[in-house]
Unconditional design. Structure first.
Length: 129
């Protein structure tokens, strides 16, 4: 629905089984895998945020840190990574490495930029402090 009908192509279709995280969107601020969520499973009034509409202070801080630290390589997973990281910082203002690992565990990066992803999340948290 997001990509094909609403033309919100920032949300990627990866594995189709909610395993890779490339399709992550926010449903009322909660990171959610959209590839396995039928439109009938979205209750009326729920706010759906895709990477195109990410305007929260956490989202802006994460996107700026991603750019400053040159996180992406191929870029395919990045919208899902950014959405999950933004949801984490909205919930936990100063996440530990363990918090980041737990929150980001469902987001796969085939280029293995995990060290830069973690560094960018810590930098974003510092800018929000």
């Amino acid at each position: 629905m997001l990509r094909d009908h609403l033309q919100l192509v920032g949300t990627k279709y990866g594995c189709g089984m909610a395993l890779c995280g490339a399709c992550t969107v926010l449903l009322d601020g909660v990171a959610t895998r959209s590839c396995t969520l039928p439109i009938s499973g979205v209750k009326p009034g729920v706010e759906i945020t895709t990477i195109e509409g990410l305007k929260s202070k956490e989202g802006k801080a994460v996107q700026a840190a991603w750019e400053r630290l040159d996180v992406p390589q191929c870029g395919y997973c990045q919208s899902g990574q950014v959405m999950s990281a933004s949801a984490l910082l909205a919930k936990i203002k100063r996440p530990s490495d363990a918090d980041i690992d737990a929150s980001m565990a469902g987001n796969v990066c085939r280029c293995a930029t995990y060290v830069r992803i973690r560094a960018a999340i810590h930098e974003a948290a510092r800018t929000l402090a």
